[in-house]
Design a protein around this ligand. Sequence first.
Ligand code: ADP
Length: 488
Amino acid sequence: MILIVDDKPENIYSLKALLTLHSFPVDTALSGEEALKKILAHNYALIILDVQMPGMDGFEVAESISGYSKSKDIPIIFLTAANTDKKYITRGYSSGGVDYITKPIDPDILLLKVKTLYRLYEQSRKLNEMHDNLVVEVEYRKKAERETSEKAAELRSILESIPQIAFTIRTDGTLEFTNHRWLEYSTSPGHFPPVHPEDIDIQEEVIKAIALQKPVELETRLKRIAGTDYRYHLLRLVPVLENDTIVKWAGTFTDIEDQKQASRRKDEFLSIASHELKTPLTSIKAYIQLLERESKDNSQYKPYVDRALTQVSKLNSLITDLLDISKIQSGKLEFNKKEFDFDAMLKSQLEMTKQNHPDYHLDHHGTTETLVYGDEIRLEQVITNFISNAIKYSPKEKKIVIETRADDQHVHFAVTDFGIGIPKDEQKNLFRKFYRAQGAAPHFQGMGLGLYICSEIIQRHDGSFGVNSEPGKGSTFHFTIPFKKQLS
Ligand code: ADP
């Protein structure tokens, strides 16, 4: 907006008409004092200022304006009498005015000057705006940079203080930072520590994982540069996120040799204990079976003999599971694979279950009508385990549904119960060694080994397995195996 300041309304009128005609927005003031008030309250792009005014003259107004930071850059066109002494005009310039025009006003010259100054003002206003924005932007970036380097320093000092070998790695896979422990295992901060010759190349694994944006968790053996013995370490690599974007990766190697050895000793103990227990238990079982045969049906000892036999069978199956585990661990779980009639095996299995659990209703659908190439006893063990779990974990609802079918390559088997079910977050762990669902563990006996052994058996038949379950509604455990001999 342009402010016209003149004490004569007729002058204001003609100037206003001229500028409005050329689409300039205009405001007016009839005295220097009124002009000053308006200048403080509004933003003007240009002021046209009559020099000769009663009270405050134009130069005085200009001088005052130049004292305010808000208005000091507003261009001014002074309107002077033709005979105005030059020294007054210079006074006009020195007090911040930028141009003048003599009366009587030539409208073309005035318009020319107005346009030039108006444009100049607009440009300098835009420049100032850009400058202000730039200052804000620079400040913002400086702050972000400061924060990033503070965070990096914080992460580094944490990684220096922990007992693990630690490092950060850029998203292009190059090492960014390594803590002091790194150099106990690697000769250079730019290279991963060498691993045991039989272990996989960790640097390659790390680069692969970064490309796929997947965290890493793997065990590898490292040795100190100065040492000779390799020790197991757990390598963990996780992304460092900023605003949901991966900016780098942080990794650690944790020495887990002691846990590994403890677990190895535990496995050895379980293996020895189960072997040693198996022989006397087999004898005890044989003697009790002998007693059972000898004791008459009406003997007062018959119920005790029966109960002893049941308990011995339980103990026997626990020890068998423990033996299986130690065989899996040592890679000695052997399979005697040949073709067998899957439906017949299942039928006899179901008959036995019905006899042992007459209160349960086993609802069997489907047949496979095919010979399966596999270890019949081991696959029967999986089926028994699924069904006995279904019975065990469904103490109230006594219906169990068993489904079998075959497609052109696979046999599918599933057992559904309507029992306690398993929470979603625990389902993925059920096939792990010694894992028992939290809700079930205190109320049902077990060691958490059955499903682990089943998973091993199915995997050794090139099959797949899984569970669908809903707490309080029941569970379906299923497996699928190819029925033909696999070439491998
Ligand atoms: P165990 O039954 O001896 O604990 P398993 O390996 O057979 O060992 O099963 C592991 C865990 O899986 C069980 O402890 C139980 O929590 C859960 N589970 C297995 N089958 C079922 C089922 N049918 N319904 C509910 N939970 C089950």
